[in-house]
Design a protein around this ligand. Structure first.
Ligand SMILES: [Zn+2]
Length: 176
């Protein structure tokens, strides 16, 4: 009995990085996937927009923590577009919250078979940002959204270094 339980747990880890109870919430730009209210609360606490950007998020219709997180994410996306001066049509991406850097490494390893220590990454093929809630900060989200915007804007994908440069530019100027 014990063996079967262990086996099941291992299979779940291997084939389903997201808990079965994963929740989904949608905003203008984002489909947010998270696994618990606690995780969402932690993410909300860690992603502080500061005074200037924060006032834009507060203008949006906010009742629950989920609303607040979506308002923040939409605000960061809008500011990131302004920073880059790129406004791709119908920009929608997915953001998947993961608890820690270890969980990000686990998801990455499953998909690409490589060990990494990223606190977040943007998957071009899945149009998805994976981010460690422990390490989630405004600049981290802005950086990954920069990648997403650049990817949606250009018909021909820019070289890797230029892609990275534009994401760094977004991160640097997100609070300007
Ligand atoms: Zn990057």
């Amino acid at each position: 009995m014990f063996k079967i339980l262990v086996c099941t747990a291992v299979c779940c880890l291997l084939f389903s990085p997201l808990p079965l109870s994963a929740k989904e919430a949608k905003s203008r730009y984002i489909t947010l996937v998270y696994s618990s209210q606690q995780q969402l609360d932690d993410f909300n606490d860690n992603v502080d927009l500061g005074r200037k950007l924060g006032q834009f998020a507060r203008k949006k219709n906010v009742v629950t923590v989920e609303d607040e997180v979506l308002a923040k994410l939409d605000t960061i996306m809008e500011k990131a577009e302004t920073v880059l001066d790129m406004f791709p049509n119908n920009l929608t991406i997915k953001i998947v919250l993961l608890d820690s850097i270890d969980e990000v490494a686990q998801v990455y390893k499953q998909k690409y078979g490589k060990d990494v220590d990223h606190i977040a990454y943007y998957s071009l093929s899945e149009d998805t940002i994976y981010v460690s809630v422990d390490d989630a900060r405004l600049h981290v989200i802005a950086h990954e959204m920069g990648h997403a915007i650049v990817d949606h804007y250009f018909d021909v994908r820019p070289p890797y270094n230029i892609h990275e440069l534009m994401a760094q530019f977004t991160e640097k100027h997100i609070t300007d």
